[in-house]
Every structure is written in structure tokens, then in C-alpha cells.
Design a protein around this ligand. Structure first.
Ligand code: ATR
Length: 275
């Protein structure tokens, strides 16, 4: 597990719970590696006998440039969150964040269909790129992106539009309420609502009650956005699911088993989040 800092990451605990449940002799070690040292550290991994690594902030973008090969998702999103090491000792980078987002949505709402209508994504950072990629790969016909800094949303749309086949548009931050009336999926990828940050101020009056509302923030699990949506009857999906589901393909790749995402696992992780 590579990060800087790294102690905030829940991945070692999550993978640890799966390794324990499946009786697999392994460990995910948190390594605090500075940005200057990343290019020195990564090439040593095959020689250390590691099966792979997870990557978190701020290394996801830089890791992309240090891989022997990357998958389509990593290339499109512009970031790597999972590394595996192949039989030739090569570093293979993947991005499973968009997949994790969609799997979390599907687990929470098995009847969800991508063609239910447009998605509105708030934010244009790294998480937004992964969510847009995930939604488009799942077949969502239209994605609207709204970000405080409009230019960043424009850049996201421009860069991703070559690799995804859905309609994308940019809307103004101050006008987000005017773009809700036909939305089927509303996603917050900004840090608003996170502990220590102000809440996302958005009236949901125009949002169809059939729309699903997702917040990728997971501290707290019940953000003001989700609470407001729940109260008016929208289906809500919290951020813990994405965190868990983005880790599944990594575990499967490294250990050959698809680990289960159960209510017990969720409860254990929620308890961990409170520590
Ligand atoms: P991540 O990789 O988690 O997406 P990031 O790249 O730092 O993190 O992006 C954070 C997102 O939260 C951005 O969309 C950011 O908006 P800007 O691009 O305008 O900075 C958004 N964000 C953070 N603080 C915000 C605030 N106070 N109001 C509105 N948006 C905010």
C-alpha cells in the first residue's frame, strides 16, 4: 500500500479482514513513500517477491507513468490504484475505482439500469474521473459534470470524451438545481460533506424521487446530502461500498479468489472507521 501519508488508508484493514476470513497467509503493508522516492521504490517490488500493491493519494497519477503496462481504465482515468506483478516481473497498473463505484451501486440497488436516464456528477477531481468512467462504461447515456472550477470540468470532459462513448456536458456550479429534473443518478465526488468540510448546499426539490443519490464521502457515512435525499424518499448509496468494491479486483488478481462483500464485513469496517 503506497501513500503519502498512508496511515489514513483503510485498505490494509479491509484486505486484512479478507485474508483472515479466507485463511490466506498474506499481509498488505502500508508504506509511506514520498513523491520523490516513488520512482525508486516501485521498480524494487518484483525483486522483493510482492504480488502487487495498492496506490493512494498522491501517487495515483505518477504511478501511471512508471508501469510497464496499464489497462484501459487507468489510461482513460489517468491514474492507477492497483498494481500487479506479472510472471515476467513487469508492473501492470489498473484502475478499479470506476468499477468499484458501479459495483457498489449495483449491490445497493440490484434493479438499477444504466439506461434509466442522465447522471449528474458533482466535482471534477480524480474521483470524479473514475466515477464518470464507471458510469459511461456501464452504459449511462448522458453525463453532466458540475464543478466549482468550471475549467477543470471542461478538461475532464475533453480528456475522457475520447475514451468513453456517452454524451457529456458541463453545467455551472451556481445553476446545479436547474439540471436535476430528469436525473436518474446524482453523485457527489467533491469533498463537501466530509468531516471538517462544509456540507454540500443543494436543494433536491427538482430531483425525481426515483433518482438514486450517491455520495462517495465515507467519513461520515451519512452525509447531509444523503440524509436530505433519504428523507424525501430517494434511494441512497454511501461511500463505503465504493471503497470495498474497488479493492475486490485487486484481491482477486493477487490471490485468485473473489472476496465476499457481506453485511458483516461492512459492520466491521464501520467499526474501524469510528476508531
Ligand atoms: P479527489 O481525487 O478526491 O477527487 P481532488 O482532485 O482534490 O480530490 O478534487 C476535490 C473536488 O472537490 C474538486 O472537484 C473540488 O473542486 P475544485 O476543482 O473547484 O477545487 C471539490 N471541492 C473541494 N472543496 C470544495 C468547496 N469548498 N466547494 C466546492 N467544491 C469543492
Amino acid at each position: 500500500m503506497l501513500g503519502f501519508p498512508v496511515k489514513q488508508s483503510y485498505s490494509p484493514r479491509l484486505h486484512g479482514r479478507w485474508l483472515e476470513a479466507l485463511n490466506i497467509d498474506g499481509i498488505l503493508v502500508p508504506f509511506e513513500v514520498s513523491p520523490e522516492d516513488l520512482s525508486l521504490v516501485l521498480p524494487t517490488f518484483p525483486r522483493l517477491g510482492l504480488v502487487g500493491a495498492c496506490v493512494t493519494i498522491p501517487h495515483k497519477e505518477a504511478t501511471l507513468t512508471l508501469m510497464h503496462n496499464v489497462d484501459d481504465a487507468a489510461r482513460a482515468i489517468g491514474a492507477v490504484n492497483v498494481i500487479s506483478i506479472n510472471d515476467n516481473g513487469e508492473l501492470i497498473g489498473r484502475n478499479t475505482d470506476g468499477y468499484g463505484f458501479i459495483e457498489s451501486l449495483r449491490q445497493s440497488l440490484p434493479d438499477w439500469k444504466a439506461d434509466h436516464g442522465p447522471a449528474l456528477v458533482l466535482g471534477a477531481g480524480g474521483a470524479a474521473r473514475a466515477v464518470v468512467y464507471g458510469l459511461a462504461s456501464a452504459g449511462v447515456p448522458e453525463i453532466r459534470v458540475i464543478n466549482r472550477t468550471r475549467k477543470r470540468a471542461e478538461r475532464l470532459a475533453k480528456e475522457l470524451s475520447t475514451s468513453i462513448g456517452c454524451r457529456m456536458s458541463i453545467c455551472d456550479w451556481d445553476e446545479m438545481e436547474n439540471h436535476l429534473s430528469d436525473v436518474a443518478v446524482l453523485v457527489n465526488t467533491t469533498s463537501l460533506g466530509m468531516v471538517g468540510m462544509p456540507p454540500l448546499r443543494l436543494s433536491l426539490n427538482h430531483l425525481p424521487v426515483t433518482a438514486v443519490v450517491v455520495d462517495i464521502v465515507y467519513v461520515p457515512l451519512m452525509t447531509p446530502l444523503l440524509e436530505g435525499a433519504r428523507q424525501r424518499g430517494n434511494h441512497i448509496v454511501d461511500g463505503l461500498g465504493m471503497l470495498i468494491h474497488q479493492a475486490r479486483p485487486a484481491f482477486r488478481e493477487w490471490f485468485g479468489v473473489d472476496p465476499e462483500v457481506t453485511e458483516t464485513l461492512r459492520s466491521l469496517l464501520i467499526a474501524d472507521l469510528r476508531v
